[in-house]
Design a protein around this ligand. Structure first.
Ligand code: SF4
Length: 286
């Protein structure tokens, strides 16, 4: 597995795909403070197709101006909330974006940065990432949001922005956010230097799931937290220090159509993963 995966990681044309990936939104902001909050907002909304949520996200970012971090630090729901009045994306409505700004504002006021907020709940820096991620998510779910949700109940859309690891789902968007912030090599940012890339779990979406099954990284049927752990453990056998480094290439190989998740003499011909691909089992000599 090592040879084909390393070749994929090394030879992948990242520049060609970054502009089609959600990472392009935080990448625009050189200031780490902006990049951090835009990365979290982007990751929270990154369900469905990039072009669809990207359109709405673009509007939100336009309203936030040149420094989204500054906008959020000084955010006043009564004064600034109207800026998001036209926001609509699937489960999410304007009040969810307003609540996001309030919760992040208060977390930044308390901790200074989102990294410090994460570290405040990370009691075992050498252990699994799940408990720290759970505490990080609870900061936003347990924020004082009475001004946005006067009945004291969070909206479904707001809760959808912050899935809890303890619920057992794959938490793809949270792992994506961590990958962006923690991994040291491009296209990721490597801003959270206090967290080791070895602790990350792979963000499993439908593309990563398909690719992982094709090359035997998982046999699980349900896309959930355990699947993310299993795929990551298989990748850690190849690179224990940075197991999720293959995520971007695996995801985009499938997303771009360079893999059709079936044997295809033309599409598969240049694929280095063919030697480990189940679709070519028994056909490798040919
Ligand atoms: S050999 Fe074909 S089906 Fe298998 S991973 Fe490569 S492109 Fe996909």
């Amino acid at each position: 597995m090592r040879g084909p995966l390393e070749q994929l990681y090394r030879d992948f044309d990242y520049a060609a795909r970054v502009e089609r990936d959600a990472i392009r939104f935080p990448l625009r902001y050189p200031d780490p403070r902006d990049r951090e909050v835009v990365a979290l907002l982007t990751a929270c909304l990154a369900y469905g197709r990039v072009d669809l949520f990207g359109r709405e996200l673009e509007r939100v970012l336009n309203e936030m101006g040149s420094s989204p971090a500054e906008f959020i630090v000084h955010f006043d729901p009564a004064r600034d909330g109207e800026a998001f009045a036209r926001f609509r994306y699937r489960f999410n409505r304007p009040r969810d974006i307003i609540a996001f700004c309030v919760a992040i504002r208060d977390a930044l006021a308390r901790h200074g940065t989102l990294e410090k907020c994460f570290l405040a709940g990370d009691s075992d820096a050498g252990g699994p990432i799940g408990p720290a991620l759970e505490r990080f998510v609870r900061v936003f779910l347990e924020a004082e949001l009475g001004q946005v949700f006067p009945r004291g109940r969070l909206s479904r859309g707001y809760r959808h922005l912050f899935p809890l690891p303890s619920a057992g789902g794959p938490c793809k968007r949270l792992h994506l956010f961590l990958r962006w912030m923690v991994r040291r090599e491009a296209p990721d940012f490597g801003l959270w230097t206090s967290v080791s890339p070895a602790r990350l779990l792979i963000p499993v979406d439908t593309h990563v799931e398909n690719m992982s099954r094709a090359i035997g990284l998982t046999r699980r049927r349900s896309r959930n937290w355990r699947m993310a752990e299993e795929i990551t453990a298989a990748l850690a056998a190849v690179d224990p220090g940075d197991p999720v480094k293959y995520d971007f290439a695996l995801c985009h190989k499938r997303m771009s159509g360079d893999c059709r998740d079936r044997r295809d003499a033309v599409v598969c011909a240049p694929c280095g993963l063919r030697v480990v691909c189940r679709h070519w089992r028994g056909k490798r000599r040919g």
